[in-house]
Design a protein around this ligand. Sequence first.
Ligand code: S3P
Length: 180
Amino acid sequence: MKTNIVLIGFMGTGKTAVGKRLASILKKNFYDTDQEVEEVTGMTISELFNRCGEIRFRSEENLAINRLAKNENSVIATGGGIILDENNIAALAKTGIMICLTAKPEIIYERVKRRNNRPLLKKGDLYERILELMEEREDLYKCADFYIDTSDLDFQDVIDQILQFLENYQQQDKVDMKRA
Ligand code: S3P
């Protein structure tokens, strides 16, 4: 049985905040792939991108994911680009239930514009860049067990929907295990 919960989704969809809350409600450990990378490298994500480039960041991200996916009973919030490497998805999906948070581009824009600390959103016009990256990644995010469009939901609604989904998922899991 999978005991991890993995949050994937585009930048600004609320993975970290939702993940922390979920972990506290479900009494699971909380991990964030960006935070892990920052701890291991001793650099912020922006510093890592600036000094060593995206390729190094992706490699550190992949190492962090392989480590974290081995844990049990954890909520793992991931960086928006983990879906770029299918090995990341495979490792996380092996031990975790995958939940994808989504939001409309205009909502993402409003959420990220106040604090633009994301290296990939620093090139050119912010809104255009969001559209471009979303389009590039659209199909890659289609690897989740459950999707929530957070655009018009408040924080508690998102949490409630996830808890409801997990309850149904676990019920189904029990039925499947009895049948097997
Ligand atoms: C990235 C998303 C960021 C961070 C890095 C790259 C991406 O994480 O990992 O800036 O490629 O989408 P958040 O999704 O938590 O902002």
